[in-house]
Design a protein around this ligand. Structure first.
Ligand SMILES: Nc1nc2c(c(=O)[nH]1)N[C@@H](CN(C=O)c1ccc(C(=O)N[C@@H](CCC(=O)O)C(=O)O)cc1)CN2
Length: 283
């Protein structure tokens, strides 16, 4: 039972949605304390995110059952989410530590309102850092020949720890298609380029060879197609002819950290709605 819920809605656009939803909330003694909505005129789709405080504690099941007739009448994809229920996050890493360290700091200082269920890595390099934070560290090496068995082990850990969100913090292994499908819309990656430029491995070296004047980072949901999933957040950093590849790596790491942190925070707050291979972000 909770007083505070988020309502997230996506449906075909039509007259009367806001009126019906707000009347439902008022009839259940709720106050809308944050309201976001978007009508996509091209696809004729409607997106909504309300934060609601009820005068009496509600159960998610009862609230959902009462709302279901309205949802069905508008062909909604929808969810009432208990605002106080923390998401359970697994972070996947390889050898690069900067994004992991940044996420752990933001978690430890309560900026990221979640539980970190565990860290899963394909190298042992970051074990001491993770265990210093009192967190579980699972070393699961991945080879091309045994990729499926390695990710089956990862899946077992994720299910055993009731993980609902997976964050790839510079995890340098390609996830098998069955894994992407199973955790679609719940697996977030930080790619160290301004996609769609320089997808794949070693983007900073690709950027150096191309002589770009801007580098960047992209936070996106993971799909089977490499670095092509729905983009959540991006940012850039100006560079010049004076910068070496190592300079680009250094300058880019600051952008990666901030872009990933915003993407993860918005996901944890149910601020992201996926529309095909794009997102609507109520930041
Ligand atoms: N199915 C997906 N898997 C991953 C995605 C994705 O979008 N879909 N994003 C990548 C992240 N990534 C760049 O951001 C990336 C990681 C790894 C590789 C790669 O070629 N890896 C090699 C092994 C490299 C090594 O062992 O050091 C491989 O997996 O064979 C390219 C891009 C995360 N995974």
């Amino acid at each position: 039972m909770s007083y505070d819920y988020r309502l997230v809605v996506a449906c075909p656009d039509q007259v009367g949605i806001v009126a019906k939803v707000s009347a439902f909330i008022a009839a259940h003694s709720g106050s809308i304390i944050e309201a976001s909505q978007h009508s996509d005129l091209t696809s004729e789709s409607f997106f909504m995110r309300y934060e609601v405080r009820f005068e009496q504690p509600q159960s998610q099941a009862q609230l959902s059952e009462a709302f279901r007739p309205i949802a069905e009448s508008f062909e909604m994809e929808w969810r009432w989410q208990d605002t106080l229920q923390k998401r359970r996050v697994a972070i996947l890493v390889s050898r690069q530590s900067h994004c992991l360290v940044d996420l752990l700091y933001r978690w430890a200082t309560n900026e990221l309102n979640c539980e970190i269920a565990c860290v899963i890595a394909n190298h042992e390099d970051l074990r001491s850092l993770v265990e210093w934070h009192g967190l579980e560290y699972h070393y699961i090496p991945v080879t091309a020949a045994e990729r499926d068995s390695a990710f089956t082990r990862i899946e077992q850990i994720i299910e055993a720890r009731a993980v609902d969100t997976i964050v790839l913090a510079r995890y340098m292994q390609i996830l098998p298609s069955w894994f992407c499908e199973r955790y679609q819309g719940r697996t977030i990656n930080i790619h160290h380029s301004f996609l769609p430029s320089f997808a794949g491995a070693r983007p900073y070296h690709q950027a150096f060879e191309r002589g770009v004047k801007l580098i960047g980072a992209t936070c996106h949901y993971v799909t089977d197609e490499l670095d092509a999933g729905p983009i959540i957040e991006q940012d850039i950093q100006r560079v010049t002819h004076c910068h070496t590849p190592d300079d680009l790596v250094r300058l880019g790491s600051d952008v990666e950290k901030s872009v990933l942190a915003r993407g993860v925070r918005w996901h944890l707050q149910d601020r992201i709605l996926i529309q095909g291979n794009k997102t609507v972000v109520f930041a």
